[in-house]
Ligand binder design. Sequence first.
Ligand code: COA
Length: 249
Amino acid sequence: MFAPLSPTDCHICLASVDDFRDQVESLAGLLVPDEVRRASRYAFDKDHHAFVIGRSLVRTLLGSYLSLPPQDVPIAFNGYGKPLLDTGKQSGTPHFNVSHSADRVLVAFCTSNEIGVDIEHIRPVKNMAELAQRFFSNREASQVMQSSDQEIASTFFTVWTQKEAYIKARGRGLSLPLDEFDVPLEASDAMTWQPVQSRDAESSWFVQVIPTPESFAGAIAAPVRTLNIHQWTCLPAEPFQFVKATPGP
Ligand SMILES: CC(C)(COP(=O)(O)OP(=O)(O)OC[C@H]1O[C@@H](n2cnc3c(N)ncnc32)[C@H](O)[C@@H]1OP(=O)(O)O)[C@@H](O)C(=O)NCCC(=O)NCCS
């Protein structure tokens, strides 16, 4: 049984797709038939593997919180495609979210609060400043444009992951205009919840930068700033082994 998920906890697990290369077939046995069909439609092995690892991890941990076999965990989708746990209960239901980038899969869980996560491999992107001007708020775009050549990709993806985590927590996809909210920008904001400044949100939302391997950026978003984050690295076993990650900077 995995660690219990108390109402003030948020659990985060990070897996490397490469570590699970030889286990993908057995992990697929934890999915329901619809998910197996979906997995088989990915054109590239890496996307197929990331989906199987992410969904089997979600099913395994939700199953542990709910004392259910992974295949019996009832997963449905909201109108924007966000997967959610469908227990029929309003309160006390775990929430989760998944993100993949390069060979990493990140999953996060908490009870009673919507949650969103994003991980991105920090990589060179053509026209980064232009993209920031087009899609980020004015404040975020000027932060990107003021970055040195060495820092621009890291600044861009730090902003990007926070914005994406917020969008994913809200669960309404890109129907939320990206330039209508500001995420915090300072590197010193790492490991504390910071408010998202939004013109449209009816309630408050918060984001936190999360520790990631070098050359990745990651963030989590939730409607409360009181959640304590506990992070694990996930390794292959029968089916998963969890190693508590050391707290980041
Ligand atoms: C659907 C969306 C979540 C895809 O995000 P992405 O960055 O391509 O991919 P990620 O790996 O981070 O997330 C994918 C996971 O999010 C979850 N997801 C799907 N739709 C979602 C939604 N509406 N809300 C929250 N989570 C969603 C799923 O679990 C999915 O993984 P799965 O298919 O393996 O189960 C959406 O936000 C999107 O289309 N974004 C486009 C990217 C963009 O322009 N971002 C702007 C940032 S500034």
